[in-house]
Each structure stands twice: as structure tokens, then as C-alpha cells.
Design a protein around this ligand. Structure first.
Ligand SMILES: *Cc1c(COP(=O)(O)O)cnc(C)c1O
Length: 461
């Protein structure tokens, strides 16, 4: 044990900042023994570290206010959202990006100031626009020409002058995964500049008396490791702000959003720019590009999601069966997988893992960590170097806080995991594990209802 305690914690740059070792040599998060957490709450378990979450929020707020005082940081809710999570993020002074009526409802229920919420989406439905307008969201980000008359009418009927931004597709490749790039011409998101659609959309938005156009928006994709795509995109936006908004329509772009998409570390040695590097590059590009065209500087709003939530979260699984295919591969199965983390199956995302029971143990073999779901593609980690894991051992996967639970499913009628928030040695359950009754709660099963008790109890929680 002393050798364990003396060894440095591996993957320290990927784990939450509070990660450490217990006296017994287990992985500790927020002062809590992960083995104890797994025993108390079951697995798969998602553990969020409050200290890391606050630090990430503060890091972005601080970096942007240092580099560009007229700036706002909005947390992109789709990375992960629940009411307790939203309250914690709001308490750090961030606003929110939402992309659905459901996210708006959770933000409202959490007591978030709706004036600090922006609504996005390439296929916003009437009810979502209606909900956004009536709940007083600060901005609705127009994504296409189609939604302009619809939103204009909804706002007008509600007697509201709705603040909007126009999302442009600047035609810039951010060199991320093909499924997560959004700023290129061949994308479903944003109004393309190069086809002339952006200019038409601007004219249409200005014609709507119930819409107040504050400025422009772009979002290039995620995760973006390079700074150059932001600079290229900002130059395209400044051109549009000068040549089209000012020169042709006489309107000032008072607000500009370069979106989100800031990178995080998933694997040891991943290159990850600091928030200050993004802030510096974006602030300098806005000053330069707006300045060169003689435009007054806009307010900026940025939308980090992944970079706020990912590092704060760790997924814990119990190890199950081992299957050795001699000369081919050793599979070690765990009790989670694509239902709680679809990213490896969907994007080929790579992760690291460590034994939560003996995080400093030396690697002994290379194995594939397989999920438990009925898909061959349900593999969480390929070719991971790990100590020889025993059945029942606890495995921890860092950088699990973003786009995992928010993309989770009940595939194979699995129970979505519990979520705990840890801090100062205390663990607070913020979402309980699902159970069988949750799986059946929404069935409209008249047969069971007629029987009285039995299946009818499914909805009775
Ligand atoms: C998803 C999204 C973001 C957040 O992206 P991250 O990679 O989580 O930072 C920001 N803005 C818009 C419009 C988005 O769709």
C-alpha cells in the first residue's frame, strides 16, 4: 500500500482535479472513495466532481473576461443537463444554450434566469419557439430562412419583440470528425454565406417587426483543437458584418458568437488548448477583423459545453466476463457500454481507463473493454493497457461528463445510471438509477390497468 500511495496518480490530467488516492490506494474523487461510491449507489455510476465543474466554469468566464470584457459564457446544455447541474453552473455566472423544448423546460424548472438562455436548433418546432418566446429567452438563434416568418408570427402574437441572432455557415472546416463538423457548406446547420442565402435571411429577419436582430452567430463543430478555424470563421463573419449588414442594410452587428467546440483531453497526451488560448485567439481575431473594417466592436458570447462538463465526470463500471480469442484479442466486458456512452460506437471516440481499486498498478496486458449491449460495435475501449482485471473489479473511465448521459438510451431495456455529485468527502445523489418501473412507466397498457394491481403499479412511483 505504501508503494501505491507514493506512486503518482496516472491519467491525472484527464481525471477531475480533486482526484487522488485513498489511504487504501483506491481512486478518490472529491474526497470520496470510488469503491465505496460504487458499493453505495451501484454501477454503472456517473460521478461528477463539483470542484472541477466550478473550475471549468470559472476558467472560461475568467479567460474571456480577461481577454474581452464585453463577453458572456453560455453553457451548452446538450453536453449534460439536469436541474442540480444547471443550478451549479448558473451559480458560477454562466448563461445557457438550449437546443430543445425539453432543455428549456429543465432550465425553467431549475430556476435559471431565462433572459440568459439562447435557443438553437435547425428544426425548431412551433411549440418550441412558442415556449422560448413565452418564457422570455434572451435570444433565439435563427438557423434557416424557413423559421423567420414562423418565429416572427409567434413573437408578434405573444406581443414580444424577440431578440435574435442569425447563425451563418461560414464555409470553414474545423478538422474535426465528419459527424461533428458544422461550419462547412454541406452541413444542415446555419445559413450559408457563399450561396447568398445568408443575405436573404438577413433581409427577411429585418422585415419582421417582432424580431430584434442583435447580431451573428457561427459554430464550427467539436472538438476543435486548432485555433485557426476560429480565426478564418471570424474573418468571414466580419466581412458579412461589413459588406452586407452595414453597407447594404445599414445595420450594426452588436453581438457576435463564435460558438463552442473547445477541446478536452480524452487520452493521455491529447493536445488541449487552455481556455485562455481560445479566448486570446478569438478576442484578437474579433478586434483585428472588426477593426480593419472600421466596425464597432461587438459583444461576444461563447458556448462551451464539452469543455465545461467532460472532465468533471467519471464513469464507473464493474468488470464482468473475460473472453480470450488466442492470437486475436482479449475482451473484458463491463456492465455498461453504448447505452450510457455511445461515443465510441458513433464517432470512434477513444478513451483511457484505470482500475479504481488499484489505479497505480502497472499495466500487465492489452485488452478490449467491451460493453454489455447486443451490438458488436459496443466496445468502450480498444487496446487498453491495464493490469489484469478481475471479475467484479471497479473500472473508471475519465472524461465522461459530456455527451454520454445526455445521449444515453434504454437500449436492451437497460437502466440508465445513477449520478452523484461529490465534494469535500460528501456524495450527493442527484439522479437515482432507473428501475424496471421506469421502463414501463410510460406504457399505456390497458390490459394491465384492467387487472388492477400487477403491471399497473409500474406507473405508481
Ligand atoms: C453543441 C453546440 C455547442 C457546444 O459544443 P461543445 O463542443 O460542447 O463545446 C455550442 N454551440 C452550438 C450552437 C452547439 O450546437
Amino acid at each position: 500500500m505504501t508503494t501505491h500511495a507514493a506512486a503518482p496518480l496516472p491519467l491525472a490530467d484527464l481525471l477531475p482535479i480533486s482526484a487522488g488516492l485513498t489511504p487504501g490506494g483506491h481512486l478518490a474523487l472529491g474526497g470520496c472513495d470510488t469503491v465505496e461510491l460504487a458499493r453505495r449507489f451501484g454501477t454503472p455510476l456517473y460521478v461528477y466532481d463539483a470542484e472541477t465543474l466550478r473550475a471549468q466554469c470559472r476558467g472560461y468566464v475568467q479567460a474571456f473576461s480577461d481577454e474581452y470584457p464585453e463577453s458572456t459564457v453560455l453553457y451548452a446544455s446538450k453536453a449534460y443537463l439536469s436541474r442540480p447541474f444547471a443550478r451549479l453552473v448558473a451559480s458560477e455566472g454562466l448563461g445557457f444554450d438550449a437546443v430543445s423544448g425539453g432543455e428549456l423546460e429543465v432550465l425553467r424548472a431549475a430556476g435559471v434566469a431565462m433572459g440568459r438562455v439562447y435557443l438553437h436548433g435547425n428544426s425548431k418546432e412551433s411549440w418550441e419557439l412558442e415556449l422560448a418566446v413565452r418564457s422570455g429567452v434572451g435570444r433565439i438563434v435563427i438557423d434557416n430562412e424557413d423559421e423567420i416568418p414562423l418565429l416572427g408570427e409567434i413573437a408578434s402574437r405573444a406581443g414580444v419583440r424577440q431578440g435574435v441572432l442569425l447563425r451563418l455557415s461560414p464555409g470553414v472546416d474545423a478538422h474535426t470528425h465528419e459527424k461533428t463538423t458544422t461550419g462547412i457548406l454541406d452541413s444542415k446547420f446555419g445559413v450559408p454565406v457563399e450561396t447568398g442565402a445568408a443575405e436573404r435571411a438577413l433581409a427577411a429577419a429585418l422585415e419582421q417587426p417582432a424580431l430584434e436582430l442583435h447580431g451573428l452567430h457561427m459554430h464550427l463543430g467539436s472538438p476543435i483543437v486548432e485555433l485557426a478555424p476560429f480565426e478564418l470563421g471570424i474573418a468571414v463573419m466580419a466581412d458579412f458584418a461589413a459588406d452586407v449588414c452595414r453597407d447594404r442594410f445599414g445595420v450594426e452587428v452588436r453581438e457576435f458568437s463564435p460558438g463552442g467546440g473547445f477541446a478536452v483531453g480524452y487520452r493521455d497526451g491529447d493536445p488541449v488548448p487552455e481556455p485562455s488560448a481560445y479566448a486570446r485567439a478569438i478576442a484578437a481575431a474579433v478586434r483585428r477583423e472588426w477593426g480593419e473594417r472600421g466596425l464597432p466592436l461587438p459583444r461576444i458570447s461563447v458556448e462551451p459545453g464539452r469543455s465545461i462538463a467532460a472532465r468533471a465526470g467519471v464513469a464507473l463500471y464493474h468488470v464482468g466476463a473475460r473472453k480470450v480469442v488466442p492470437g486475436v484479442r482479449t475482451f473484458v466486458s463491463v456492465n455498461g457500454g453504448m447505452a450510457d456512452n455511445v461515443r465510441p460506437a458513433m464517432y470512434g471516440s477513444r478513451y483511457e481507463a484505470l482500475s479504481a481499486e488499484r489505479p497505480t498498478a502497472a499495466p500487465e496486458e492489452t485488452v478490449t473493454i467491451a460493453g454489455k449491449y447486443c451490438e458488436s460495435g459496443d466496445v468502450l475501449l480498444r487496446d487498453a493497457s491495464l493490469p489484469r482485471l478481475r471479475r467484479g473489479e471497479l473500472l473508471a473511465v475519465p472524461a465522461s461528463g459530456a455527451y454520454q448521459l445526455s445521449m444515453s438510451s434504454n437500449y436492451n431495456l437497460s437502466y440508465r445510471p445513477a449520478v452523484v455529485l461529490v465534494e469535500g468527502g460528501e456524495a450527493r445523489l442527484i439522479r437515482r438509477r432507473e428501475r424496471a418501473s421506469d421502463l414501463m412507466a410510460l406504457d399505456v397498457d390497458e390490459g394491465a390497468a384492467a387487472e388492477g394491481s400487477g403491471g399497473g403499479s409500474a406507473g405508481g412511483e
